[in-house]
Design a protein around this ligand. Sequence first.
Ligand code: FES
Length: 697
Amino acid sequence: MKIIIDNQEVQAKEGMSVLEAALQAGIYIPHLCKHPDLEAVGGCRLCSVEIEGREGAVPSCKTSVEEGMKVTVNGSGAVTTRKMAMELILATHPADCTGCPKYGKCELQSLYQYMGVSPERWKKKTRTVATDESNPLIKHLFTRCIRCGRCVRACRELRGVKVLDFQKTEDGGVRIGTDGNVSLKEAGCKFCGACIEVCPTGSIMDALGVMKEDMSYAENIVPCKTACPAHTDIPRYLRYIKEGEYEKATAVIREKLPFPETLGCICNHICEDACKRNELGKPLSICKLKRAAAAEHSKEWKKHRKVAEPTGRKAAVIGGGPAGLTAAYYLAKKGHEVTVFEANEKAGGQCRYGIPAYRLPDEVLDREISDILEVGIKLKLNTKAETPEELLAKGYDGVLIATGTHQGTILPLEGNELSGVMLNAEFLKKARENKAMSLGDKVMVLGGGNVAYDCARTALRLGAKEVHIACLENDKSMTATEDEKVEGKEEGILLHSAHSFLRITGSNKVEGVELQKVDKFYFDENHRAVIESVEGTKEIIPVDNVIFAVGQKPEGTDKFGLELTHGPYIKVDDKSATSRAGVFAAGDVVTGTKSVIAAIAAGRKSAEQMDLYLGGNGDISEELLDKEIPKSYFGRKEGFSELPRLYPVLLESDIRKESFAAVEKTFTCEDAVCEASRCLQCDLRLNLTSPKLWNEY
Ligand code: FES
């Protein structure tokens, strides 16, 4: 139908409000309590207009269009009503906006500026409701509340949680709050943040510290996705798991990485540290949920996988670990002819040879590598690649080096040359290859990270009767994850944290390690380690073997003819390019030993840059399932904020240390659904419409 607004003919649909018809036609009418995603209530009166044939000003948000209707936006009656309405709002709102975090983004501020009404002009009514900072994640500054009720309606209409309402205050006023003034947790809040998102002023805000200044708004809203080096869309796949749609969940994960089940077994899950649910107790078990989805081995995602027409360009990848294989996968999908050179008998890099099979079984890796190779990658095993220069000379148009860090570091310690001393990388690799090693009954691992635990737990499984770990750091500052420490302890690993290693004793072969208790361990301003030992605490622990697990570094990089840095690491620029044109490097060989997910992210980045170099557009993004609008009306769930984190079942410690069988079971479907339903679904906030301010019309 047609209506006339300010003498302008406007097309409108039946059922539309006058406000909607005007805004859609680009004609601005002030409005505040109406939010694009919420039903109109006609409360603030700021949207008042005049309509021919009707008496006085009417709220345009609550007035439906009628054929031929004639609307005047700025008639004197409407302007007076709007100004009066704004004066009433400002009478109880703080006059000085400069200290408000919403300054410059506040809808109220924008509106009074548009209307030429100053907040300072009006006599203030004092309001005594104090700021409520007692809830996790959400801060409520009642003095800035204009009682528009958007938060109440968002909580009810958009989410169905129904926690917020108008409450009477002791002084006869009204404020927003929970029934009985109980905490948001007690009231059943799901902490989705919709109330924050629709608040037009700075009244309901993210609690202090939730929004980080160095991150964009969207990055702040979904911190798990931001923290994941590959930026997997975590809330989206958790939502699918919650709905039991594992195929779709796997497709979402695979949009960003080709190793979902591998990561579900061994990822260091820094995303969980960023999960907002930490503020309510424990984070989501994101890593294990990923495993639960990927372990279904759905192949649906392959139907959407696209491999571009051949480009005629050839790429060589040196190193078949997570970084190299990820890069090879995306380069092959872009149509390039890719050959991966792998020096070992099998591909997988550190995932294969540096992580024990009880954490990552071979079949998981084999399955995911075979999916990767399917796109047409040539894999040359047991093949030490030639130098990048030689490969370029042989007709490769680009070379990626992703050889990782496979050489263990030995400390300059007395006795380090004795028979029975081993290095982490070599020890773990031999164990993975079932190669014979002469291991005594008693083993000491030196180091405080997860690799130290990998070595210690492997030694137990190889038959050692007594296994120790010693490290300089104390229990809290050692880098091994809590899981490793707990599981290691259950298996009988003896931990000597906060101990320095003075020497390895023995004449020809290892007989013991002398340790001393450490009082303080820190790095001085020159980054030198300072160790303050406790007098009189030296002791010799009798052992037959010592395994150094104090770091790993690249080997053989000096042969590549490239500029190196910090010793053996390959120097690259921010485009993954080395000092030689056409030669790129990625992963641990550049950064030092990091996580598998960091290597995968580096593989993706280098593939983008190499694709550009090879003449492509550098876009490796993909959609492996159709876009769907997520269900955002999720309703209440009693005790939601208290729901405990679920853990996958572990084999009993005395059974698991007997073999290299996987120690952890996959979540049952039921547990995966329960665990995924703990997600706060923070991302749904980003789907809410941002109201346009007057200067955007
Ligand atoms: Fe119409 Fe508030 S926007 S009454």
